[in-house]
Design a protein around this ligand. Structure first.
Ligand code: FES
Ligand code: FES
Length: 235
């Protein structure tokens, strides 16, 4: 490629473009040129996080790959020269199988209209790539740039809690209702597993009305993540 050619990787595939429009943002390029439409256009001014993608860069001094969540609506596409871009399509799909982050937000009812979801997934994904065992405080910090107008955030945060150091091992009871990984498992079990009177035959039964069943969540295995393109380490 000539020195004027834009070279970067998207989801592991190399992109070379000698005639890139300098006015294109990364978001426009992803959606209009590469037809990767999972990354959403919300506000177009860095306020909502719907366009969040992960950029990865090799740090030669530290011999380490660093990952950043960025607003693709603000980043000129020329600024990703020599970098690896990961979009929501790159980490999993209903066809290839969901990533643990996608699986959790879905099962925990953290996605309603779904417009914010790719951005939230990519913020969480980037956090895990930089720190496989974050705290809930780390989540709060990473999500400051992501807005959701539907869920109220609780299902999103609760769904991800099991991936954090704030997760607990469960209540330990043999009949634990399986909110395993939740900090509040013990209290929630006491509070939510109530005696419920069956209105049809008057019998008393136990019911659990928890938000989700964490035992169904996919485990997270950091060793399965996509590899940083080796070519970008020598550029
Ligand atoms: Fe809202 Fe990019 S579209 S931050
Ligand atoms: Fe609708 Fe978040 S699910 S904006």
């Amino acid at each position: 490629a000539s020195s004027g050619t834009l070279v970067f990787f998207v989801n592991g595939k190399k992109v070379e473009d000698a005639n890139v429009d300098p006015e294109y943002t990364l978001l426009t390029y992803l959606r209009n040129k590469l037809r990767l439409c999972g990354t959403k256009l919300g506000c177009a001014e860095g306020g909502c996080g719907a366009c969040t993608v992960m950029l990865s860069q090799y740090d030669r001094v530290k011999d380490k790959v660093k990952h950043f969540s960025v607003n693709a609506c603000l980043a000129p596409v020329a600024s990703v020269h020599g970098l690896a871009v990961t979009t929501v399509e790159g980490i999993g799909s209903t066809t290839t199988g969901l990533h643990a982050v996608q699986d959790r937000i879905s099962r925990a009812h953290g996605s309603q209209c779904g417009f914010c979801t790719p951005g939230i997934v990519m913020s969480m994904y980037t956090l895990l790539r930089n720190n496989p065992k974050p705290s809930m405080a780390d989540l709060d910090e990473y999500f400051t740039g992501n807005l959701c107008r539907c869920t109220g955030y609780r299902p999103i945060l609760e769904g991800f809690r099991g991936l954090t150091t704030d997760a607990a091992a469960g209540c330990g009871k043999t009949d634990c209702c399986k909110l395993r990984g939740s900090q509040s498992c013990n209290e929630v079990v006491d509070e939510k597993v109530n005696d419920v009177t069956n209105s049809v035959n008057g019998e008393t039964t136990e019911a659990c009305n928890l938000l989700y069943d964490e035992m169904q969540f996919q485990p997270y295995d950091p060793s399965q993540e996509i590899i940083f393109p080796p070519e970008l380490k020598i550029r």
